[in-house]
Design a protein around this ligand. Structure first.
Ligand SMILES: [Zn+2]
Length: 90
């Protein structure tokens, strides 16, 4: 990680994330890094519900997102296997 690039803490993401997390989810558009396909959320192939919901690209099966409920929390992974975000369940 470059040491000479300034950064802010993650609190600065609260505003931008609240904008996208409060909109109608079916209006979301995805783009696949695996095959380059894209489309509305409804075109994804969703598997689950256990151990969680996994949405895959209909063109190449690349994971678009994973969503797992766990004792009062929701884990959300966008775009594959790297990292996840945990949200407080409503
Ligand atoms: Zn794909």
């Amino acid at each position: 990680m470059p040491q000479n690039i300034s950064h802010r803490d993650g609190n600065c993401l609260a505003g931008p994330l609240s904008e996208i997390l409060s909109v109608e989810p079916t209006a979301a558009w995805w783009r696949c890094p695996g095959c380059g396909g894209s489309g509305p959320l409804a075109r994804l192939h969703v598997y689950g519900p256990e151990p969680g919901l996994t949405a895959r690209c209909p063109g190449c099966d690349h994971v678009a997102l994973r969503m797992v409920h766990e004792e009062g929390h929701i884990w959300l992974t966008l775009g594959g296997e790297v990292g996840a975000f945990r949200f407080q369940a409503p």
